[in-house]
Design a protein. Structure first.
Length: 221
């Protein structure tokens, strides 16, 4: 795919996410790995709703800016996840309401934030790890993401938002949307004793679709 098309895609998906209220103001950022080892990254202080394809930050394989506006300050989130997930071709980070909300609940299991509620959450986002709160721009958040050793394609930063990797930009966007919708379902059903997918139903999905989910204790929430 040409770089021009990829630039258009970042702006198109960014606008779509922004217009549906999935990341407010100038929050959220998107990155995409290019064939030469470099990256396209959304600029700092840019709203995902109003991106200009010509002004996206173009980084070389060493992460140095070679063209466009300065990249998002949250670039360490992206590089840490790329470093530990070789197959990641794109990363989406949002400040989406429901996903942020669940990070603040007391019962959350950091190894698997959301229970197995729908097949598409498991198929697109897998399980989601919780990373503790860090002040924006604190480089320690990158170490926390690296500490997950690439076992998760979706991570939730406490009191902040999701960071989700996909093989393509479309896959990363769709997985982020599944994560947000699943967080919304969780909040809608919290306290109502809902029936989640059973261990047998999860095993069937894992076998059929070749999912790699982490072992973890049964959800008691
Ligand atoms: Zn953020």
């Amino acid at each position: 795919m040409s770089e021009a098309k990829l630039r258009e895609d970042i702006c198109r998906f960014g606008r779509s996410l922004f217009e549906r209220g999935l990341t407010p103001g100038s929050s959220g950022n998107i990155s995409l790995r290019l064939d030469d080892g470099g990256w396209l990254v959304t600029p700092t202080n840019a709203s995902l709703g109003f991106l200009d394809p010509a002004r996206l930050a173009r980084l070389d394989a060493q992460g140095q800016l070679v063209a466009g506006d300065a990249p998002t300050k949250e670039i360490p989130l992206h590089t840490a996840l790329y470093e530990t997930r070789a197959a990641a071709g794109a990363i989406v980070h949002l400040h989406s309401t429901h996903a942020v909300a669940v990070t603040m609940l007391p019962e959350i299991d950091p190894k698997s934030v959301l229970p197995p509620m729908t097949p598409y959450y498991l198929m697109r986002a897998g399980q989601t790890a919780l990373v503790p709160y860090f002040r924006p721009g604190d480089p320690a958040v990158a170490d926390a993401i690296k500490g997950l050793a690439g076992r998760y394609s979706s991570v939730l930063l406490a009191n902040h938002g999701p960071v989700v990797a996909g093989e393509t930009l479309e896959a990363a966007v769709f997985a982020t949307e599944e994560l947000e919708e699943t967080a919304k379902l969780y909040l809608l059903l919290r306290g109502l004793n809902p029936r989640y997918l059973s261990p047998e139903q999860v095993s069937d999905l894992v076998r059929t679709f070749g999912l790699s989910l982490q072992e973890h204790g049964a959800h008691d929430h």
